[in-house]
Design a protein around this ligand. Structure first.
Ligand code: S3P
Length: 207
């Protein structure tokens, strides 16, 4: 007897359905996957990926840890503000921002104005596991990383939630997180186009 082939339950791989009107900025806590997911997202969209921490290090000629140690967090945030403003003003990119960038009022304003902001949300347990692989994050060297991440999550999550798009960045495949970002981007861009069209229609016809 002929065997019926089971229908695949896999969701189709989404593609961006509208032209990108501006850059995409990923925000979220340390270990949320901003770099790993960001690089994959950029590849899928055919635009460059840049990481704000890496760009700050190039501009300053010091590692992030060195900047914190030698000059303090305030100077780091000042540099971060300038670098992010420069990066987000050029051609479209996917920008992975440092975890504290979106907490700075001016940087947040710049990102909200000039990019589509995406919050990669992850559970603290997962962040603890992911961040334990490297000791390059000065904020986590100050005490118990789990406790620090928990406190940061409490303080920062309500602010990260102001991002245009929120996506869960769990323990599953990064490619699936990318798929979810693209699906939500399609909704976001479609709504934006509708809003803009509404604005055009409202304009008085000048003859
Ligand atoms: C920070 C996050 C780090 C880096 C710096 C401060 C933060 O970036 O910018 O150590 O305040 O959360 P990642 O989120 O890429 O680790």
């Amino acid at each position: 007897m002929k065997r019926l082939r089971k229908k695949s339950r896999k969701k189709p791989v989404p593609r961006l359905r509208y032209p990108l009107t501006r850059s995409i900025a990923l925000v979220g806590l340390m270990g949320a996957g901003k770099t790993t997911v960001g690089m994959r997202l950029a590849r899928r969209l055919g635009i460059p990926f840049l990481d704000s921490d890496a760009e700050i290090e190039v501009a300053a000629g010091h590692t992030v840890s060195e900047i914190f140690e030698k000059y303090g967090e305030k100077d780091f945030r000042d540099g971060e503000r300038k670098v992010i403003n420069r990066l987000i003003t050029g051609p479209n990119i996917v920008l992975g921002t440092g975890g504290g960038a979106f907490m700075d009022e001016d940087t947040r304003k710049t990102l909200k104005e000039k990019a589509v902001t995406v919050w990669l949300r992850a559970d603290v347990e997962l962040l603890v596991e992911r961040t334990s692989r490297r000791d390059t994050r000065p904020l986590l060297q100050k005490g118990n990383p789990k406790q620090i991440l928990r406190e940061l999550a409490e303080k920062r999550y309500p602010v990260y939630a102001q991002a245009d798009i929120n996506v869960e960045s769990g323990a599953g495949a990064h490619e699936e997180v990318v798929n979810n970002i693209i699906r939500k981007l399609n909704h976001y861009l479609a709504e934006e186009r509708l809003k803009n069209k509404g604005k055009q229609d409202d304009k008085p016809a000048i003859r």
